[in-house]
Design a protein around this ligand. Structure first.
Ligand code: NAD
Length: 476
């Protein structure tokens, strides 16, 4: 049950925004302009399924149009409501500003439990929802570009893109009306993994500065750190997979909708994911303790807690009992404003959602650019790059021989050095760079301003300043 003093999701975002603007020198008019949500469209539409007409309610909210198109995912969940969509749209504005993706903020949602419909039914519902939004330009390559979120993925994005293209048969850029599409339908390599990959890059950057790890009472690298993840969906699965496979982190807990798994020796992320696909949940998974009350595992001892499912899961009721010294908000809004106060007081370090899960929109940005340029990244340069590297390798070899050395470059070096970057490598490189630079901008504010004691306020300060600069440049 929700704590009676708990603000709504949108109020929570506003409270966090207010904390930051109190430290800024914005005119009250501009402050209000940035805070408010510009428009929210509610649509109710009927689809005939199983011999009956079913009515669905959907939303598309536009928070800020200081840059266009506006950008933000479409969520399918039974709890979708206007307050939530507006909160998420506001977060998108700040997120895009923070990672310098040239978009305003938007978000959409459909109140539906996708597990109750088969694929064919979901396609009909999605196409109808897309039609309703597209005919009002709320899906449009230059005005409003959705992406996947909870309950949606590549499949839904492909249906949306196709629906838009059918309605706009002469628009050469139609495919750029939505991102997160499958590769064979205008998508980009690395988009599915992008948000989880971004969480990994964010943590790597955090662990690069001993001042930051010390704030959380941690030290060293990610190697051996005990991690609890809530939600093994797109974001949680990829984050857990990369952190355990590539950085040596140990996933000690996985919380899902039907309870939680716990094993201090580490859980096999792939095996748990396969179990969920087969059985619909984590229950019954061998090699781990199962807790019926999943949320209680949020309170277990660990080094890093990754809420990657829903908003509001760390709230006034449980914040005081959270033991993790470091929380990275892979989900949007998992920590309420009240819980944030409690955790800050306790010294818990929180890497905030607007930064932590920005990997998705960053790679969506790359996909949109790819769609508008109608060419895959790396296609023009790759072989030329390889040829130039070959020149260097040949020349080095010649110099070595001329000097009478028997030294030859190792095959491993040559293999790595000679290969030109493909699209996936370029996307990862662009994402890594984006996550590092955005983190560094927050870190500077966090450490250098005496009046900022947390990363969330630092993130808001950087983002709001950028949005304000856009408005000022327009003469507002
Ligand atoms: P998803 O639907 O792929 O996964 C969500 C997972 O959470 C599912 O495995 C679901 O079973 C689980 N879950 C549902 N209720 C739960 C509960 N009560 N306790 C524990 N687990 C529960 O969604 P996703 O795309 O991974 O999104 C997760 C979060 O990340 C959302 O807050 C979303 O807004 C945010 N996000 C997603 C993206 C993206 O690219 N997909 C980008 C930015 C932010």
């Amino acid at each position: 049950m929700t704590h009676p003093k708990e603000p709504s999701f949108r109020e929570s975002v506003d409270l966090m925004f207010n904390r930051a603007v109190a430290l800024m020198d914005l005119s009250p008019g501009l402050e209000e302009k940035i805070r408010v949500c510009n428009a929210t469209y509610t649509v109710r539409f009927g689809v005939r399924l199983r011999g009956e007409i079913h009515t669905f309610t959907g939303y598309r909210s536009v928070h800020s149009e200081h840059k266009e198109p506006v950008k933000g995912g479409i969520r399918y969940a039974i709890g979708v409501n206007q307050d939530e969509v507006e909160a998420l749209a506001a977060l998108m504005t700040y997120k895009c500003a923070l990672v310098e993706a040239p978009f305003g903020g938007s978000k959409g949602g459909l109140r539906i439990d996708p597990r109750k419909y088969d694929e064919h039914e979901l396609e009909r519902i999605t196409r109808r929802f897309a039609y309703e939004l597209a005919k009002r330009d709320m899906i449009h390559p230059s005005q409003n570009v959705p992406a996947p979120d909870m309950g949606t993925g590549e499949r839904e994005m492909a249906w949306i893109a196709d629906q838009y293209a059918r309605m706009n048969t002469t628009d050469i850029n139609a495919i750029a009306c939505v991102t997160g599409k499958p590769l064979n339908a205008g998508g980009i390599s690395g988009r599915v993994e992008a948000t989880g990959r971004g969480v990994q890059y964010a943590l790597r950057e955090f662990f690069r500065d001993p001042r930051d790890t010390a704030q959380a009472g941690l030290s060293g690298t990610l190697d051996g750190k005990r991690v609890i993840v809530q939600g093994l969906g797109n974001v949680g699965y990829h984050a857990a997979k990369f952190l355990s496979e590539e950085d040596g982190a140990i996933i000690t807990g996985i919380i899902e909708h039907d309870g939680a798994l716990h094993n201090e020796d580490g859980l096999d992320v792939e095996a748990v994911r396969a179990w969920i696909s087969k059985h619909g949940g984590v229950k019954g998974f061998p090699d781990a303790l199962h807790a019926e009350e999943g949320a209680a595992v949020l309170e277990h001892e660990c080094d890093i807690l990754i809420p990657a499912a829903l908003e509001g899961v760390i709230n006034l009721s449980n914040a005081a009992r959270i033991k993790a010294p470091l929380i990275i908000e892979a989900a949007n809004g998992p920590v309420t404003a009240g819980a944030d106060d409690i955790l800050r007081e306790k010294g818990t370090v929180i890497i905030p959602d607007m930064y932590a899960n920005a990997g998705g929109v960053t790679v969506s940005y790359f996909e949109w650019v790819k769609n508008l340029s109608h060419i895959r990244f790396g296609r023009m340069q790759r072989r030329q790059e390889e040829a130039r590297h070959q020149l260097v390798v040949d020349e080095l070899q010649k110099i070595s021989e001329a000097m009478g050395n028997t030294y030859t470059l190792s095959d491993r070096f040559k293999q790595k050095y000679l290969r030109g970057a493909d699209e996936l490598e370029l996307v990862r490189s662009g994402l890594d760079d984006t996550m590092r630079i955005a983190y560094q901008s927050m870190r500077d504010v966090w450490h250098e301003r005496g009046d900022v004691d947390d990363l969330r306020t630092a993130a808001y300060l950087v983002a709001i300043e950028k949005v304000a600069a856009s408005y000022r440049a327009k003469g507002l």
